[in-house]
Design a protein around this ligand. Structure first.
Ligand SMILES: *Cc1c(COP(=O)(O)O)cnc(C)c1O
Length: 386
C-alpha cells in the first residue's frame, strides 16, 4: 500500500499502489526503492528518458534568469524555440501552448476561422474512426473513440468520422460544409495503426483539389518518435497545420500549433493562454528539440527501432502472437489469445512498465535514447510474462 494519502486525488485514473519518486534515463524508482524499467516514459513524452541533463540544466539556468513574463511580452527562449521549430518543420508560424489537446483546439479554431474567411463559413472537420486528439470538449468530439460515445453530452458539433486508410470514404465525406481533414499519421492511442504513406499523399491531393485544409496531429508522432523529426517527413507532402506535444518538452508540459502563412489567420485576441510560451518551459523544449533534431540522434533512433522491432518479431513468432506495427520507437505488438492488460499487469510484477492501449495490443514507447542493453532487459522481462 502507498505510504502516502491518496484519498484526495480525483479518481480519474486507475493507478497501481506505488508512488514514483525518482527517475533517470530508462529507470524509474518508487518510494520503497523498487526500480522499474520504463517503456511507457510518460506515454511517449520523456523522449530523452527521465531527468536528462540537457533538460535539468536548461531548467536550472533559465529559472535563475526569467521564468515567466506573460504572453504579453516576447522572451528569448520562446523566440529561439519558435524559430528553431519553424526552420526544422518549414511551417511559417508557431503558437506555443501547454498540452496536445490545447494545440489541437487551436488547430480546430484556426481551421474554423479560415473557413469563415475563405470557404463561406464551412466549419466541419473530418477525422478518423479510433483517432485520438485529446480530452477537452472539442478534441473529445474530434476523437473517434467509441468508449466516449454518450459522455459529456452534448458534443461539440462539426466533426464527421471516416475509417483510416480509406480514401474513398474520405472523398465521399467531403461536402460544402467541410473545412478540413484532421488525423494522426500513426494512430497512437488506438493501438499504433499507421496511415499508409500513399493514403496521406492521396489525402493531400484530395484536400488541395477540394480547397480544404489538411491537419496532422503529430502530438505523439512528432519530435523524433518515428525516426524523423516529424512523421510527415516520411511522405512527399506536408499538411497545412500541424500540432505537437508529448515529446516536445521531454517531460515538461509544452505543445505547439504550427501553420503555413496561407492559413495562419489568427489576429490578436483570437487565441492565447496565461502560461503559453513561458520562458522556463520554452528553454526546456529548445534543449529537447536541439538534441533530438541532430542527425546522429535520429540515426540512433532508427537503429534502436530496427533492433526493438526485430526482437519483438522474434518474440511474437516464438509465442504465436501477431504483427508488430508502427515506426521508429512507437511500436505496437498484437497479442493473440491473451489480454494485453493482463500481460502489462504481469510485467509490473517483473518491474517492467509497458502500456496496453487496447486488449489486443501492447505499445512500446521507450526513451528515444534507450540502449540495446535496456531493450534486451525489456525483452527478457516480457518473455517471462508470455
Ligand atoms: C496524447 C495525445 C493528445 C493529447 O495530448 P494532451 O497533452 O494529453 O492534451 C492529442 N493527440 C494525440 C495524437 C495524442 O497522442
Amino acid at each position: 500500500m502507498p505510504s502516502f494519502d491518496t484519498s484526495h486525488i480525483m479518481p480519474t485514473a486507475v493507478r497501481p499502489p506505488m508512488v514514483m519518486t525518482e527517475g533517470k534515463g530508462s529507470w524509474l524508482k518508487d518510494d520503497s526503492g523498487r526500480v522499474f524499467l520504463d517503456f511507457v516514459q510518460g506515454w511517449a513524452v520523456n523522449c530523452l528518458g527521465h531527468s536528462p541533463e540537457v533538460i535539468t540544466d536548461a531548467l536550472v539556468e533559465q529559472s535563475q534568469k526569467l521564468i515567466n513574463c506573460s504572453p504579453a511580452y516576447y522572451n528569448e527562449p520562446l523566440l529561439d524555440l519558435v524559430n528553431t521549430l519553424s526552420s526544422l518543420s518549414g511551417f511559417d508560424h508557431v503558437f506555443m501552448c501547454n498540452s496536445g489537446a490545447e494545440a489541437n483546439e487551436g488547430a480546430i479554431k484556426l481551421a474554423r476561422k479560415w473557413g469563415s474567411l475563405n470557404r463561406n463559413g464551412a466549419y466541419e472537420i473530418i477525422t478518423t474512426v479510433n483517432g485520438f486528439h485529446g480530452r477537452t470538449l472539442a478534441t473529445m468530439s474530434a476523437s473517434g473513440k467509441s468508449e466516449w460515445d454518450g459522455l459529456f453530452e452534448p458534443r461539440v458539433p462539426g466533426f464527421t468520422k471516416v475509417p483510416l486508410n480509406d480514401i474513398e470514404a474520405m472523398r465521399n465525406a467531403i461536402n460544402d460544409n467541410t473545412v478540413a481533414v484532421m488525423l494522426e499519421p500513426i494512430q497512437g492511442e488506438a493501438g499504433v495503426y499507421p496511415a499508409e504513406i500513399e493514403y496521406l499523399e492521396q489525402l493531400r491531393t484530395l484536400c488541395s483539389k477540394q480547397g480544404i485544409l489538411l491537419i496532422f496531429d503529430e502530438v505523439q508522432t512528432g519530435v523524433g518518435r518515428t525516426g524523423k523529426m516529424f512523421a510527415f517527413q516520411h511522405t512527399s507532402i506536408r499538411p497545412d497545420i500541424m500540432s505537437l506535444g508529448k515529446g516536445l518538452g521531454g517531460g515538461t508540459p509544452v505543445a505547439a500549433l504550427l501553420a503555413s502563412k496561407e492559413v495562419s489567420c489568427f489576429t490578436p485576441g483570437d487565441q492565447g493562454g496565461t502560461f503559453n510560451g513561458n520562458a522556463l518551459i520554452s528553454a526546456a523544449a529548445k534543449a529537447v528539440v536541439d538534441t533530438v533534431s541532430s542527425e546522429e540522434f535520429l540515426a540512433n533512433v532508427n537503429e534502436n527501432s530496427q533492433y526493438l522491432t526485430s526482437k519483438l518479431c522474434e518474440l511474437s513468432e516464438r509465442f504465436g502472437h501477431g504483427e508488430v506495427r508502427g515506426k521508429g520507437l512507437l511500436l505496437g505488438l498484437r497479442v493473440n489469445n491473451a489480454n494485453s492488460k493482463d500481460i502489462a499487469a504481469k510485467a509490473l510484477d517483473q518491474d517492467l512498465l509497458i502500456n496496453a492501449p487496447y486488449p489486443d495490443t501492447l505499445r512500446f514507447m521507450p526513451a528515444l535514447n534507450v540502449t540495446k542493453d535496456e531493450i534486451d532487459q525489456m525483452i527478457e522481462r516480457l518473455t517471462n510474462c508470455l
